[in-house]
Design a protein around this ligand. Structure first.
Ligand code: GTR
Length: 327
């Protein structure tokens, strides 16, 4: 028995076969999507995973990557994966917060002391629990395959932002999640929720005065061409996840699911290495392109955002303490 879904004539068909004795299984081409371009660490890790998958299954499975928002922004990617129009999506936990509220614990400002702390948390029992809870949440309709790194987010615009008062009157694009809009408002600016796919032109035309992200994104999305000052506010350290459409996952034989899990683990480790190398490269390139890196008073932003942690943090109770106690 086989199940095929065709999405758009030009796109590859992904076929899902239930094994039946003596009948050769058709080849499956899984569609994967990312907002970033080819070569970006998250994209590269999935491309490499696809090559291994193809080699280790004698070509029964392969992954076709659709990078650079070809299939839309993250909200669209989540929806497509939920209905099985897309098999693998790499998305920020920021965009997943409105889908699975448990994940918002990582979306609070200054929840992690630094990137090392974040890594300890996602690599340990808390990370594992959250992956399982997200996969099991009835609202997700996604199987989470693993974590990826996305460094630290800082504000960028065309003027230095060193303290909350500097953000007064500035419209700063935030990811589509009320928690982030409130964070930016508490930091002193006006948070504007907007899809990532609309951001470059919004920066260019002045619809927003700035945005916030990690150095690799500032470079890879060309935002540095229209925002020249990178202020090290360090207000968010948000990990990312890569997911598989649950609808399609449930049609895979158990042994194949196990192989995908194994390769996902490898992809997670590989992305981290690629990430660490790329952050340094991105920072050098940004500096060479004349981007001004400015130190900011992180303590002042930490204090200003306390009401956001108080409001959103209350429901996480013991989990918050476990995160803080992770050394
Ligand atoms: C990037 C992240 C993307 C997307 C983007 C955004 O750091 O890698 O997945 O979430 O930020 O701000 O929308």
């Amino acid at each position: 028995m086989s199940y095929c879904r065709f999405v758009g004539a030009a796109l590859a068909a992904a076929c899902f076969a239930l094994p039946s004795a003596g009948v050769a299984q058709p080849k499956q081409v899984w569609k994967a999507s990312d907002v970033h371009p080819l070569g970006y660490p998250t994209v590269e890790a999935i491309v490499r995973m696809g090559k291994k998958l193809e080699a280790q299954t004698g070509g029964r499975y392969s992954i076709q990557m659709f990078p650079s928002m070809q299939l839309g922004g993250e909200k669209e990617m989540i929806e497509q994966a939920q209905v099985g129009a897309l098999q693998i999506a790499r998305i920020s936990v920021g965009a997943m917060g409105p889908v699975v509220d448990d994940l918002n614990v990582f979306n609070m400002p200054f929840i992690f002391r630094d990137e090392q702390h974040m890594r300890k948390v996602i690599d340990g029992p808390i990370g594992q629990e959250l992956l399982e809870r997200t996969s099991n949440a009835p609202t997700s309709r996604l199987i989470v395959l693993g974590w990826m790194d996305a460094g630290t987010r800082n504000v960028y615009s065309n003027k230095p932002v060193t303290k909350p008062a500097d953000l007064k009157g500035m419209k700063i694009r935030m990811m589509g999640n009320p928690l982030f809009v409130e964070t930016m408002n508490a930091m002193g600016g006006n948070g504007v929720a907007m899809g990532f796919n609309e951001l470059y032109s919004a920066l260019q035309t002045g619809v927003v005065d700035g945005a916030e992200n990690n150095p690799p994104t500032l470079l890879a999305q060309n935002h540095y061409q229209v925002s020249k000052v990178y202020s090290l506010t360090g207000h968010l350290i948000i990990p990312e996840i890569f997911v598989f459409s649950k609808k399609n996952w449930e049609m895979l034989p158990k042994a194949d699911q196990a192989l995908v899990r194994k390769l996902s683990r490898e992809a997670q480790l590989e992305q981290r290495k690629l990430w660490d190398a790329y952050v340094g490269e991105a920072e050098s390139k940004l500096k060479a392109a004349g981007i001004q890196f400015v130190r900011a008073d992180k303590e002042a932003f930490y204090k200003a955002t306390q009401p956001v942690r108080d409001k959103y943090g209350a429901k996480y109770g013991a989990l918050l303490k476990r995160i803080q106690d992770t050394k």
